[in-house]
Design a protein around this ligand. Structure first.
Ligand code: AMP
Length: 216
């Protein structure tokens, strides 16, 4: 099964993608995670991507399409995968269509996580992640049970993303509205678009996503 999770930054795509990977055996492919890793290792791709990421703009289609084309060839994607953060514009969606057609594979579902865009700045600026196991937390919605200690692994180091500051978040939202939102009618016209309520609690969103996947 091949699935796309679509929604603005902070909609909870990463959180849900991790759950889907665990419970539905679909490999999570997050272009944001891959690009951040490339930045950390200082690879040529990371060096090219960094300025756009820091500004809250899109990295070039050539780079991200190249990353995805290479990644979906690997054995761990043979059983299916879940795209989180890709495609981000119509050109990338067309490139994905071409890649899948070439391999005789098809897109099963696009899950839109619909959220109140006004609530997102607070959601994003509050988030932080366990440095050890990558469990996600939020100052406003999900604090660790014991301050400073990860509920899952007991780690005591956390980090915040560089691009989760208010100015960059506003740019990322603007980029979403201008470039990524047009993917909703694009996929609706293909009959694969489903919508879940991204404002519901994490477990409820997971339940709605699972229902979509069951029916797809
Ligand atoms: P994310 O973790 O999905 O919020 O992505 C973080 C940043 O990585 C974005 O603001 C973009 O600069 C870049 N990025 C991630 N995915 C893509 C994509 N499919 N196309 C272009 N840029 C991307």
């Amino acid at each position: 099964m091949i699935v796309i999770l679509l929604g603005p930054p902070g909609a909870g795509k990463g959180t849900q993608a991790k759950r889907v990977q665990q419970h539905h055996n679909l490999m999570q492919l997050s272009t944001g995670d891959m690009l951040r890793e490339a930045c950390e290792t200082g690879s040529p791709i990371g060096r090219q991507a960094r300025a756009a990421m820091d500004a809250g703009e899109l990295v070039s289609d050539e780079i991200v399409v190249g990353i995805i084309a290479e990644r979906i060839e690997r054995d761990d994607c043979a059983g299916g995968f879940l795209l989180d953060g890709f495609p981000r514009n119509v050109a990338q969606a067309r490139a994905l269509d071409a890649m899948l057609a070439e391999k005789g594979r098809k897109l099963d579902a696009v899950v839109e996580m619909r959220v109140d865009e006004e609530a997102l700045v607070k959601r994003i600026s509050g988030r932080f992640t366990c440095a050890t196991c990558k469990e996600g937390y939020n100052d406003y919605y999900k604090r660790p049970k014991m301050d400073g200690i990860c509920d899952v692994c007991g780690g005591n180091e956390f980090f915040r993303r560089d691009d989760d500051n208010e100015e960059t978040v506003r740019n990322r939202l603007e980029t979403y509205r201008a470039q990524t939102k047009p993917l909703l009618p694009y996929y609706e016209a293909r009959g694969v678009l489903h919508t879940v309520d991204g404002m519901a609690g994490i477990d409820e969103v997971e339940r709605q996503v699972a229902e979509v996947l069951k029916a797809a």
